[in-house]
Ligand binder design. Sequence first.
Ligand code: FAD
Length: 138
Amino acid sequence: MYLTRLIYASTISDNISPSAIADILDSANKHNKLNDITGVLFFDQKYFLQCLEGSRFQVNETYNRLLQDNRHSDLVLLEFKDISVRAFPDWTMGFIPESVLSKAIHLKFSPRKNFNPYNLRSDSAYQMLLELKELLPE
Ligand code: FAD
């Protein structure tokens, strides 16, 4: 089974408070550990940008569950490709909240200062997540 990377953007639902993020991360970490999925989730209070890496089947299956989750909407697939090596092997789901440092990083890859993952090229989204990874605690 091939190793695959999936990157998507989504928008937090109106009725969901940012404090629900802890529930999302608990669920993500639990399922991802079981499924050998690794990745990162960036959240700026409005939008999510997430990368999942793992077996093609498990990544697909997880994305199908994500599509059903009404805590976010407007999921747009930015990238789905076979890869030879994981970029985030140490994180079942590394969480990166918006910060002064993350703002500086996303400006490098975005046409506008305000973060909008729907306007990112797929390669920019990936490169941006790689740089944001450096903000994760060891
Ligand atoms: P169940 O836990 O049985 O839940 C069924 C549905 O109920 C869910 O799909 C959701 O719509 C809803 N739900 C569940 N808990 C809550 C709650 N506390 N508040 C409101 N609604 C709720 N899952 C992963 O496995 N890996 C990930 O990396 C991952 N990342 C996520 C990133 C984001 C931005 C979001 C919003 C969700 C993420 N999830 C992730 C969660 C995923 O969508 C599913 O909820 C989770 O995988 C559990 O699936 P399940 O079928 O066991 O659902």
